[in-house]
Design a protein around this ligand. Structure first.
Ligand SMILES: *Cc1c(COP(=O)(O)O)cnc(C)c1O
Length: 367
């Protein structure tokens, strides 16, 4: 039958559009946005200067290959810049990977509470997202591997994962890779890698360098504090980089993002400050919130997942409303199949203390 109007490709209308974290609370002047895992320290002052300098030349197209930025990333991480591609946020790269490697009838695996961009990117290509259950809010290599079929073309793994904050050790990442057929592209999303302080963790650089079917994506939106500019990068085998370079927008990364990105990645001291702040307050929040009797999933990233009881008066939705009235904006994670939890980004000292105080009041435990 002929359609009476244009029809999107199969899968598109099955997508629930991504809902970003809230940034305002009705009727509240001073808000603390703890809903999108942005850094409370802001970007490096050097990145801000570099960004401002570009404002004088907005008539010029950016360098379409982002060479200087790829060179800077290569220097910092000891990587061949030819095997790096930059994108308008890592979202851009995740979508490009899906578009290059998935088609109708294919399958892409992600985990139960995996990042929502994975099923969105998958469905947009006409492929089917396959969900692998997690164990204790953590990806399970065995559950992923048992779901691999001849139709599987891609496996997405955020390590650490958002919104759970959990990770799997590098040994497990390698075991997962070893269990995948050679034609399956393994996408390691290391958006929070800089925050992890665990000896058994690795972002995946070594694995990418030594295989033909692994890519690692990184972002400037989190520790570098450049979420507004939309900037991410990917390290991969030459043949994958080649495929992505063919389909990406010719100027997919803008000039202010390139300039700020170079300054940010070279400012190791600023990154270290952000890491220190995070380590200190992640630990403090995890302890203080647990003392209130709420479960907190152990996190290695820059946010915590807080679980609430299902009892009326104590639920996550009610806690969220209570916090919102005080200008404390956390993230509801029902879309991540976590209706009884809230995700809180590690904020400034002031914000962190206010949340703990407000939660104590909410639970009737204020001193
Ligand atoms: C925040 C985040 C990203 C980064 O997205 P950008 O498009 O680079 O801002 C990627 N993956 C995960 C799991 C994230 O939480």
């Amino acid at each position: 039958m002929t359609a009476t109007r244009p029809q999107p490709r199969p899968g598109v209308l099955a997508i629930d559009a991504y809902v970003p974290g809230k940034s305002s609370a009705p009727g509240v002047d001073k808000v603390f946005k703890l809903s999108s895992n942005e850094t409370p320290l802001g970007p490096s002052p050097k990145a801000i200067s570099a960004y401002n300098a570009i404002g004088k030349h907005l008539e010029d197209y950016p360098d379409g290959s982002a060479s200087d930025l790829r060179d800077a990333i290569g220097r910092v991480y000891g990587l061949d810049p030819a095997r790096i591609v930059c994108g308008a946020g890592s979202d851009d790269l995740l979508n490009l990977l899906a578009r290059a490697y998935l088609a109708d009838g294919d399958e892409a695996i992600h985990t139960t509470h995996g990042f929502l961009v994975y099923p969105i990117a998958t469905l947009g290509t006409g492929a089917t997202p396959i969900v692998a259950p997690e164990k204790a809010y953590t990806a399970s290599v065995d559950e992923i591997l048992t779901r691999v079929t001849p139709k599987t073309k891609m496996v997405f793994l955020a390590n650490p994962n958002n919104p759970t904050g959990t990770y799997i050790p590098f040994d497990e990442v390698k075991r997962l890779h070893n269990g995948l057929p050679a034609h399956v592209l393994f996408v390691l999303d290391a958006a929070y890698a800089e925050y992890v302080r665990r000896n058994d963790y690795e972002a995946g650089i070594e694995l990418v360098a030594t295989s033909e079917n692994v890519v690692m994506t990184r972002t400037f939106s989190k520790i570098h504090g450049l979420a507004a500019l939309r900037l991410g990068w990917m390290y991969g085998p030459a043949h994958v980089i080649d495929a992505i370079n063919r389909i990406r927008g010719p100027f997919n990364v803008n000039a202010p993002a390139i300039a700020a990105g170079i300054a940010a990645i070279e400012d190791a001291a600023h990154q270290e400050r952000a890491r220190e702040h995070n380590t200190e307050w992640l630990e403090w929040l995890t302890e203080e919130i647990a003392k209130l009797g709420l479960k907190v999933t152990p996190s290695v990233a820059n946010f915590v997942l807080i679980h609430f009881p299902e009892t009326k008066g104590r639920t996550a939705a009610e806690a969220n409303a209570f916090l919102m009235k005080r200008g404390l904006i956390l993230r509801q994670v029902g879309a991540y199949k976590l209706p009884h939890a809230l995700r809180m980004s590690i904020g400034t000292e002031e914000a962190n203390r206010l949340v703990v105080k407000a939660l104590a009041e909410f639970l009737g435990k204020a001193k």
